[in-house]
Ligand binder design. Structure first.
Ligand code: HEC
Ligand code: HEC
Length: 151
């Protein structure tokens, strides 16, 4: 009886974590969403290893040609939250070049079928523009069944 109960308890406990294997994001820290979704979507934490996030946070004044700096208290809050969520999506490994999600090996593999011309469409412009093809990217949902490629 005891074994059964603990198995049940385990499966209940495991349920929320199982989702981490789908391409979804847990609700993000409000300060993160506020500061990091003005120029692009607030990218899902699971898409990069912790080392990449921390490096990006340390270099915000020189952020891909933009100044994305935030005040020190906000920076600390975001950094603490990032450290508290070290899980990545299952194929995310080493820090990619420039700490870009879009230069990760898994990203290139998952997007192999996207035609070169598609990335250049006015409605896409950049692979970093996830929401162009993932309509629920803002909510952290990248499920392949919801992909819509603009024409
Ligand atoms: C002032 C505008 C601005 C703000 C604010 C900003 N970013 Fe960016 N970010 C950019 C630009 C520009 C790029 C490059 C996009 C491209 O190449 O199309 C970028 C790219 C990125 C990328 C790489 C995307 C890829 O290509 O894989 C990550 C990750 C990222 N930003 C994280 C953050 C985080 C975290 C914050 C909040 C602390 C933030 N950004 C705030 C402008 C901004
Ligand atoms: C030009 C359109 C386009 C853009 C922009 C784009 N994707 Fe995708 N994405 C796709 C397509 C197409 C697939 C493959 C769907 C399939 O396999 O059926 C895909 C698949 C994925 C998958 C795998 C989903 C699964 O269920 O296996 C993830 C994760 C993902 N994209 C994340 C991103 C992220 C993060 C960004 C932005 C940094 C992004 N994508 C930008 C078109 C795009």
């Amino acid at each position: 009886m005891r074994t059964r109960l603990s198995l049940l308890a385990l499966s209940l406990l495991a349920a929320p974590f199982a989702q981490a294997d789908g391409y979804r994001a847990a609700p993000a820290l409000p300060q993160y969403v506020q500061e990091c979704s003005t120029c692009h979507i607030a990218y899902p934490l699971g898409a990069l290893p912790n080392a990449s996030w921390q490096r990006l946070l340390r270099t915000l004044p020189r952020h891909f040609g933009s100044d994305a700096s935030v005040d020190p208290a906000t920076l600390k809050a975001i950094s603490t939250w990032v450290d508290a969520h070290p899980q990545t999506w299952k194929r995310v490994g080493e820090a990619p070049p420039e700490d870009r999600i879009t230069r990760s090996a898994w990203f290139e593999r998952k997007h192999r079928e996207v035609a070169p011309a598609t990335w250049k469409l006015a409605a896409v412009r950049s692979p970093s523009n996830c929401a162009a093809c993932h309509p629920r990217a803002e909510e952290g949902d990248f499920d392949e069944h919801r992909v819509r490629i603009p024409r």
